[in-house]
Design a protein around this ligand. Structure first.
Ligand SMILES: NC(=O)c1ccc[n+]([C@@H]2O[C@H](COP(=O)([O-])OP(=O)(O)OC[C@H]3O[C@@H](n4cnc5c(N)ncnc54)[C@H](OP(=O)(O)O)[C@@H]3O)[C@@H](O)[C@H]2O)c1
Length: 276
């Protein structure tokens, strides 16, 4: 007899999360005995709740805002990437211990690898807009893949300087003023937007693409809308583009594997479910 595996996404708010759609699609697809719920957990209750749920027999948790950094204080152990990035998006309960991992790095890289199979991360400088939690994962992934230079631009320059100083290879990161974001695109092989700009309900990202080489790959990790103004403008001038939805789908795969024991696929049916 197989036992029921229970997992959940913890966030505040959490109702918007697409994680239940993703994991429940896979539970059904692979015929597993499991449940995956969305649980709204307020920041003040996070430590107590995650411990309580683990004691109730939950096998794992996805963490979304605002819990990704709070988990650093509650997990009993971490994988190397969570420690390096300074954020946990996946927790697995092993023998009562909370084991924190970060799968956003895998999600970011795997999205680009599958959407643009020939892309060479070593081909040239990467321009990264934003210095929040997601930027930490993106930059860690870029450095891991051997990108020669990261040009980092953020509205609040001090946050970019902090990210640089805490990264695994600060010498490869040049912090550039946000006002210079048009010129910073000259000679770039990759442009990644990791700011919240362009997301439904947020301001648009205002960026002049004139200096961007036509061969540069443009990735927006914002996935609602699927095609942001940045991606539309880049596509219109002939640049290859990668949407952000694949990062969300691929980051969920190692989490699912660690709870349910199966490394799931990203299939067309799942893409339709999360984008419709
Ligand atoms: N595809 C995926 O799987 C995935 C995964 C994670 C996140 N995301 C998306 O990535 C975005 C950022 O997430 P996050 O977790 O990094 O958030 P975060 O930690 O709150 O960081 C937000 C970033 O956006 C910048 N920003 C916000 N408002 C701005 C404005 N009006 N003008 C210029 N910059 C502004 C912030 O700059 P300051 O430092 O100046 O405040 C900061 O760099 C969100 O849209 C999120 O949905 C996608």
């Amino acid at each position: 007899m197989t036992s029921l595996v229970r997992a959940a996404v913890l966030g505040h708010p959490v109702a918007h999360s697409k994680s239940p759609l993703i994991h429940n699609h896979w539970i059904k697809k692979y015929g597993l005995e499991g449940t995956y719920e969305a649980l709204d957990v307020e920041p003040g209750n996070f430590v107590q709740q995650i411990r309580f749920l683990a004691a109730q027999g939950y096998k794992g948790f996805s963490l979304t805002l605002p819990h990704k950094t709070a988990a650093l204080a509650v997990c009993d152990e971490f994988d190397d990437i969570a420690r390096a990035v300074g954020a946990v998006n996946t927790v697995t309960v092993r023998d009562g211990r909370l084991c924190g991992a970060n799968t956003d790095v895998f999600g970011f890289l795997e999205n680009i690898r599958t959407a643009q199979a020939g892309f060479d991360f070593k081909a040239g400088p990467a321009v990264v807009l934003g210095a929040g939690g997601a930027a930490r994962a993106v930059i860690h992934g870029l450095l891991q893949e051997g990108v020669p230079e990261v040009r980092l631009l953020n509205r609040t320059r001090a946050n970019a300087e902090t990210l640089k100083s805490q990264s695994t290879d600060p010498a490869k990161i040049s912090v550039i003023d946000w006002a210079q974001r048009g010129k910073a695109l000259a000679g770039a092989a990759l442009l990644a937007n990791t700011t919240a700009l362009g997301m439904t309900g947020q301001e648009e990202l205002r960026l002049d693409l004139d200096f961007l080489p036509a061969t540069a790959l443009v990735n927006d990790i914002v996935y609602a809308p699927l095609y942001t103004d940045l991606l539309r403008s880049a596509q219109a001038r002939g640049n290859p583009v990668v949407t952000g939805i694949g990062m969300l789908l691929h980051q969920a795969r190692p989490a699912f594997k660690s709870w349910f024991g199966v490394m799931p696929d990203v299939d067309a049916a799942l893409e339709r479910i999360v984008t419709s």
